[in-house]
Design a protein around this ligand. Structure first.
Ligand SMILES: Cc1cc2nc3c(=O)[nH]c(=O)nc-3n(C[C@H](O)[C@H](O)[C@H](O)COP(=O)(O)OP(=O)(O)OC[C@H]3O[C@@H](n4cnc5c(N)ncnc54)[C@H](O)[C@@H]3O)c2cc1C
Length: 286
C-alpha cells in the first residue's frame, strides 16, 4: 500500500512493511521482530505533518489502532491511546464537560503525533494539558512525565522508533455548551485563514524568531500560487503547500527549496521545516 494513502498531502511511495497493532503486546512483538531483522521503524498517525519519499520507506511503518487508539475520559482528564484522533478526543472530553483541549480541534492528527510535535494552536500546546506518556520501543515499554519530553515549539526529544502508545491529559471542569462554542469559533477562524479542502500537511515551515510569521515572509516573497508539477504554494496561506494534481513529494520538496532560497535572499531568514520526512528525502539548506 503506498504511503500516499496514509498522508494528508497524498504523496509517497510504498512502505516495505506496514502493520497496525491494536494492543501493546502486539506492538512490542512487532518492534522486536523489526529489531532482529535490523529494520528501521517509523510510526505514523494521521500523516498530517508527514512527507514520505516517492521511493517509499525501507523498513517497518506502524499505525496504532484498537486499544492503542482508545479514549477513556476520567473525572479530571482523559487516558488516550497514541493512535486516537485529536478530533475524537476534543469531542469526548467536551461532551463530558472537561475544558482546556479545545485548541486541538484545529489539528487533524493523533495524540501520538501531537506529543511528538508538541502540536499547538490558539496560544495552547499539547504540553499544557499533558501529564505523562507511555512510550514503547524495541527495548520495551516505559512511562515518562511531561517534563522529561523537552516539549518546546513543535519539538520533543522523542526519537524515531520511540512510540507514544498512551497519554494522560489533565483538564478542568467546564460547561459543555461553552466548550462547543469555543470549538466552533476556532474552526470558523481556521476556515477563514487556511485552505481547508485542499490536500496539505499544515504549516510547511516553523515560524522564525521575530515579528513575521513564515506565511507573511513567503507571501512577501511573492510565492502565493507558485507551482512545481502538481504542487503549489497556497493562494490562501503562503506557508501551506497544496497537492492539486497528483503531485509527487519531489514537487513538494522543490517548492520548499525555492521558498527557503527566497526567504534567505530577500529577508535573510533561514526557514526550518516543520513537516517531518520519511525515507530518503533531502531538503538542502537554502
Ligand atoms: C490542515 C492542517 C492544519 C494543521 N494545523 C496545525 C496546527 O494548528 N498546529 C499544529 O501543531 N499542527 C498542525 N498541523 C500539523 C499536524 O496536524 C500536527 O503536526 C499533528 O500533530 C501530526 O499528527 P499526526 O498523528 O498526523 O502525525 P504524523 O503526521 O503521522 O507524524 C508526524 C510525526 O509524528 C510522529 N508520530 C506519529 N505518531 C506517533 C506516535 N504515536 N508516537 C511517536 N511519534 C509519532 C511521526 O513519526 C512523525 O515524525 C496541521 C495539519 C494540517 C493538514
Amino acid at each position: 500500500m503506498p504511503l500516499s494513502r496514509y498522508t494528508t498531502i497524498g504523496t509517497g511511495g510504498l512502505a516495505q512493511y506496514l502493520a497496525e497493532p491494536t494492543e501493546e503486546s502486539a506492538l512490542l512483538a512487532m518492534l522486536s521482530w523489526a529489531e532482529e531483522r535490523d529494520l528501521t521503524i517509523a510510526v505514523i498517525g494521521l500523516g498530517s505533518n508527514l512527507l514520505p519519499a516517492d521511493a517509499g520507506f525501507a523498513g517497518l511503518v506502524l499505525r496504532l489502532d484498537g486499544a492503542l487508539a482508545a479514549i477513556d475520559v476520567t473525572d479530571a482528564g482523559a487516558t488516550v491511546g497514541g493512535g486516537a484522533a485529536l478530533a475524537a478526543v476534543v469531542r469526548k472530553v467536551g461532551d463530558a464537560g472537561l475544558a482546556g483541549f479545545e485548541f486541538a480541534c484545529a489539528i487533524p492528527g493523533t495524540i501520538g503525533g501531537a506529543v511528538r510535535m508538541n502540536a499547538g494552536a490558539y496560544g495552547r500546546e499539547l504540553k499544557d494539558t499533558l501529564v505523562s506518556v507511555t512510550i514503547c520501543s524495541a527495548t520495551g515499554s516505559r512511562r515518562a512525565r511531561v517534563d522529561e519530553l523537552e516539549l518546546t515549539y513543535r519539538h520533543s526529544n522523542l526519537r524515531p522508533g520511540e512510540i507514544v502508545t498512551q497519554a494522560e491529559l489533565a483538564l478542568a471542569p467546564g460547561d459543555p455548551a461553552a466548550i462547543k462554542a469555543l470549538v466552533r469559533d476556532y474552526q470558523d477562524r481556521r476556515s477563514a485563514a487556511q485552505p481547508r479542502k485542499a490536500r496539505t500537511f499544515g504549516s510547511v515551515f516553523k515560524n522564525p524568531p521575530g515579528e513575521q510569521t513564515s506565511g507573511q515572509i513567503l507571501e512577501a516573497c511573492g510565492l502565493k500560487g507558485y507551482t512545481v508539477g502538481g504542487a503549489r504554494i497556497s493562494e490562501k496561506h503562503a506557508n501551506f503547500i497544496e497537492n492539486f494534481a497528483e503531485a509527487t513529494s519531489a514537487d513538494v520538496v522543490a517548492l520548499m527549496i525555492e521558498a527557503r532560497r527566497r526567504a534567505r535572499e530577500q529577508f535573510g531568514v533561514e526557514l526550518e521545516h516543520e513537516v517531518q520526512t520519511l525515507g530518503e528525502i533531502v531538503i538542502p539548506p537554502a
